[in-house]
Design a protein around this ligand. Structure first.
Ligand code: ADP
Ligand code: MG
Ligand code: MG
Length: 882
């Protein structure tokens, strides 16, 4: 039988899979000799078994009893013992931190008898005992029994009648306990469970079950956390921050999670328990002020923070409680941070000698880099600042104000940009936060729910905005000076400095973007840009994968070079048939004789040639892979319905060309264009089309000294198709007198399956994983994304869209097969990928592992690809790219 329960003294920080992040780190702190209230952790494996079997796994109860017995003898009192109760918290904690996602119940063990024992042990502090008891019923009722939390909150508000919670006395809380018990009885039909052991086991099961709570499911989907990990449960003896004014509870960071700078950073609340500090019930004081209140505790905390940072060699965040002048550590973890802070901290730690640059590179991600490339507000913009709040999560967000999650989701689904405005957010607002461009709250600080979650998502957030009156029911807010903003009014929020503007503020490029857009040299002393530069340089030195760009014109090619592209991996020639060149394509389609056809092609050729020339010039001798025309020709013709209306309206006077075009559109119409007359098929059916393109490429290459052309044939499924095109192309190249590689896309499953044969005729393969994904799954992207993808994600058919991240199990196997068999035929076969996956972190790691030579992606993704290719070379298989 597996071991399901670990005492805090038995675990360590590397056991996150089993003990969850919270449990593993509680164990680590315990073993570091820090003051952690004793307790034990029930493993996530027990949770998984429980969820599968819908019952506690065999042996678990006995094991829990054993550990609880040990805890009780160590503490010298029994759980809920009437005259001197041991109380515990039952805390969830999964492998990945999921802020506010899972539920925790404090003060387990209190009932009508032990509440008196607690008061007595607290030197007659009745207020404290009854406050603790009402908190238990409230949390237990809400999280374990599923009672609407509003009922409890409402009763509390009513009792307070506008008073501060500090003004409530023992009798008030005792009354509240009676009211709360009434609510429980009312809602469940049963009395609040008085038996401490029953309280504990009900709470444990509830934590297990909360793994599947809808908001936890949404969060995991958003963060790409696997659905089957389960959560551990921590049973931790209680310490009390609500004992009196010499007690309190707080949160702290070892560095500023917004900038990475070292300093004292955190919030503290006297005479309070648990979540009070983040829930915004009273205004918190800064951690700095704790020094004035209790110097010894403050000094000890500083020492511990230092120790933790040195031990974890990273920014840590911390939860602590002070019980009558004694400091207790309740949680720590390597803290979430903004993307900018991630880069800064990684490099700061290198400079402080805590980590090396290799490790620094593993500590940042391509997703974070992408965030840093977003624009920000123009400095000199003359917009009206209506209020300021805390700069909780950086970025520049513009959108219509909305006041509920539902509205946010609704408007975002229509493609509108929205800013979610509320007093404070709760886990129930998650969907709205995901849908919104940014979040604005009127309460709470940098450690509030909104701030923590927004930072984790890389979403712009301003919180605790000054004098902001939010009315959710009237869907509007009032800012200082009487400015009223109603639902639908556009506002702009700056998560970097906390400003809130009325109207739309213009945005400008980020300094990181300017750095990439520049020469790659350092222009200024910006710490962030320096950090990015150092890590990018190291990534370039470390990576094996080359990075190329998908670029169709000179402008994209130039940007790609600035961003560090080592070539063009995909130049789509069909874009060169659009605009005023459509007319020429129409002529080609309508040609009835070879003479007419040749004329049409001859008209197109110089245009193509000059396009290629410009690209070759920009790329200065770097390889340029040019794909011959891929889409079906009807895509270049007028719309069938429009054209038939036009012809019908004109009647007898209809234009001759229009009539012919209409006939051609009818003739070329396809039921499934994705699987129709396109790519190499088109090249084989329309004489002279591919030849014209190859000649244009050859002559352009000849005209630009050093140009390196690679001719790529799309949609090949059989080596015979490729042979025909290759033979013709080789003749033309020889005629013009230039050399160029000739290769093919691997994007039809049959091409992957017969890669060994195809490599006989191809000097390179480029995996077109968009089409390969469509054809492997048998669905067309344009049709399915709207039709059923959200359902599939919900059902867990896939964790993430296979168009976003390469499906390793299916499409990935075809790639691996083609790599192996292609190289067996032709050992020097060049291999790349040019689907959108070429810019996706996880897919880039796959490409590295598969042994490809390069990835090709859109110019803006190139820095991300460079970084992830560097990380892939370092981290190896199964790496975490989130
Ligand atoms: P979360 O995962 O939401 O942070 P926690 O399990 O950390 O949930 O607990 C919620 C709050 O209760 C935190 O503020 C935590 O510090 C506090 N808390 C948890 N266990 C105890 C305990 N044994 N004694 C005092 N406070 C506790
Ligand atoms: Mg916590
Ligand atoms: Mg394709």
């Amino acid at each position: 039988m597996p071991k399901y329960v670990y005492d805090f003294t038995e675990g360590n920080k590397d056991l996150k899979d089993l003990l969850g992040g919270k449990g593993a780190n509680l164990a680590e702190m315990t073993n570091l000799g820090l003051p952690v209230p004793p307790g034990f952790t029930i493993t996530s494996e027990a949770c998984r078994r429980f969820l599968e079997e819908e019952a506690l796994p065999e042996g678990l109860e006995e094991e829990i009893t054993e550990h609880l017995d040990a805890l009780e003898s160590r503490m010298g009192r029994r759980l809920g013992q009437a005259d001197d109760p041991l109380l515990v918290s039952v805390r969830s904690g999964a492998k990945f931190s999921m802020p506010g996602m899972m539920d925790t119940v404090l003060n387990i063990g209190l009932n009508d008898e032990s509440v008196h024992g607690l008061a007595k042990q607290a030197g007659g502090n009745e207020r404290f005992a009854w406050d603790s008891y009402r908190r238990l019923i409230q949390m237990f009722g809400k999280t374990v029994q599923g009672i609407d939390g509003e009922l409890f909150d409402g009763a509390l508000e009513e009792l307070k009648g506008g008073r501060d919670d500090l003004e409530l006395d023992a009798a008030d809380f005792q009354r509240l306990v009676t009211t709360y018990k009434g609510i429980v009885k009312d809602q469940t039909g049963e009395d609040f469970p008085a038996d401490p052991y029953r309280q504990m086991s009900m709470a444990t099961k509830a934590v297990f079950e909360s793994w599947n709570a809808p908001r936890a499911v949404i969060y995991r989907r958003q963060e790409r956390i696997p659905t089957d990990l389960g959560t551990a449960v921590n049973i931790c003896s209680m310490v009390f921050g609500n004992w009196g004014m010499d007690s309190g509870t707080g949160v702290a960071f070892t560095r500023d999670p917004g900038t990475g700078h070292q300093g004292v950073y955190g919030d503290y609340l006297q005479n309070a328990q648990g979540e009070d500090v983040v829930a915004g019930i009273r205004n918190t004081i800064s951690l700095q002020d704790l020094e004035g209140i209790d110097k010894p505790v403050y000094d000890e905390l500083m020492k511990i923070m230092d120790k933790l940072e040195n031990h974890y060699r990273d920014l840590c965040d911390i939860e602590f409680t002070v019980e009558r002048g004694k400091l207790w550590m309740l949680q720590t973890r390597v803290g979430k941070r903004t993307p900018g802070a991630a880069f800064r901290i990684a490099v700061q730690l290198v400079d402080q000698g805590m980590i090396d640059i290799d490790e620094a590179m593993t500590r940042v991600t391509g997703a974070q880099l992408a965030q840093l490339m977003f624009p920000r507000f123009a400095k000199d913009a003359e917009s009206k600042v209506i209020t300021k709040g805390m700069n909780a999560s950086p970025g520049a967000a513009v959108g219509k104000a909305v006041f509920s999650t539902d509205r946010a989701v609704e408007l975002a689904a229509r493609g509108e940009s929205v800013i979610l405005v509320s007093r404070e957010t709760t886990p129930d607002d998650l969907a709205g936060m995901i849908a919104a461009q940014g979040v604005l709250t009127s309460r709470g600080g940098k450690t509030s729910h909104a701030a923590v979650v927004a930072r984790g998502m890389g979403k712009t957030c301003v919180c605790g905005a000054e004098e902001l009156e939010v009315s959710v029911t009237e869907r509007r807010f009032t800012a200082p000076g009487g400015v009223v903003v109603s639902e639908g009014d556009v506002i702009s929020i700056d998560g970097t400095n906390g400003a809130v503007y009325l109207g739309e503020v213009p945005v400008v490029a980020s300094p990181v973007m300017e750095y990439f857009e520049g020469s790659g040299e350092l222009g200024d002393e910006d710490e962030l840009v320096q950090a990015v530069h150092r890590i990018m340089s190291h990534a370039d030195a470390s990576r094996r994968l080359e990075v190329r760009a998908n670029a169709d014109n000179a402008e994209d090619s130039a940007r790609a070079r600035r961003f560090g592209a080592q070539g063009v991996g995909l130049c789509r020639t069909e874009h060169m048939f659009l605009g005023d060149r459509r007319r020429l394509v129409e002529d080609l389609v309508l040609a009835t004789s070879s003479e007419e056809r040749e004329q049409a092609l001859a008209a197109l050729k110089p245009l193509q040639e000059s396009d290629f020339t410009e690209i070759f010039q920009e790329m200065e001798g770097l390889p340029v892979t040019i794909r011959l025309i891929d889409p079906p020709l009807h895509e270049f013709l007028p719309d069938y319905t429009e054209l038939s209306v036009k012809v019908a309206l004109a009647g007898d006077r209809a234009d001759e060309k229009d009539r012919k075009l209409l006939a051609a559109v009818k003739r070329l119409h396809e039921q499934n264009p994705m699987l129709g007359l396109r790519g190499v098929r088109l090249g084989l059916v329309i004489p002279g089309l591919f030849a014209m393109q190859v000649r244009a490429i050859a002559e352009a290459a000849k005209a630009v000294p050093g140009a390196r052309a690679e001719v790529m044939i799309p949609l090949v499924g059989a080596v015979q198709e490729l042979e025909h095109v290759r033979d013709e192309a080789q003749e033309i190249l020889a005629e013009v007198g230039v050399e160029a590689l000739i290769g093919t896309m691997i994007e039809v499953p049959r091409a992957a399956l017969t890669a060994g044969q195809i490599a006989e005729a191809a000097q390179f393969f480029s995996f077109g994983t968009n089409d390969l994904t469509q054809m492997t799954w048998g669905f067309s992207r344009d049709d399915v994304e709207a039709a059923f993808f959200s359902k599939y994600l919900e059902l867990g058919v896939f964790g993430v869209s296979p168009f976003e991240t390469l499906d390793r199990d299916g499409v990935g196997r075809l790639v691996l097969l083609a790599v192996e068999e292609g190289r067996r035929t032709r050992p020097d076969l060049k291999l790349g990928i040019c689907g959108e996956h070429g810019g996706d972190p996880d897919s880039i790691h796959f490409c590295h592992q598969a042994g490809l030579d390069y990835v090709s992606c859109s110019p803006f993704r190139i820095p991300v690809a460079r970084l992830e290719a560097g990380r892939a070379a370092l981290i190896g298989a199964g790496s975490d790219t989130r």
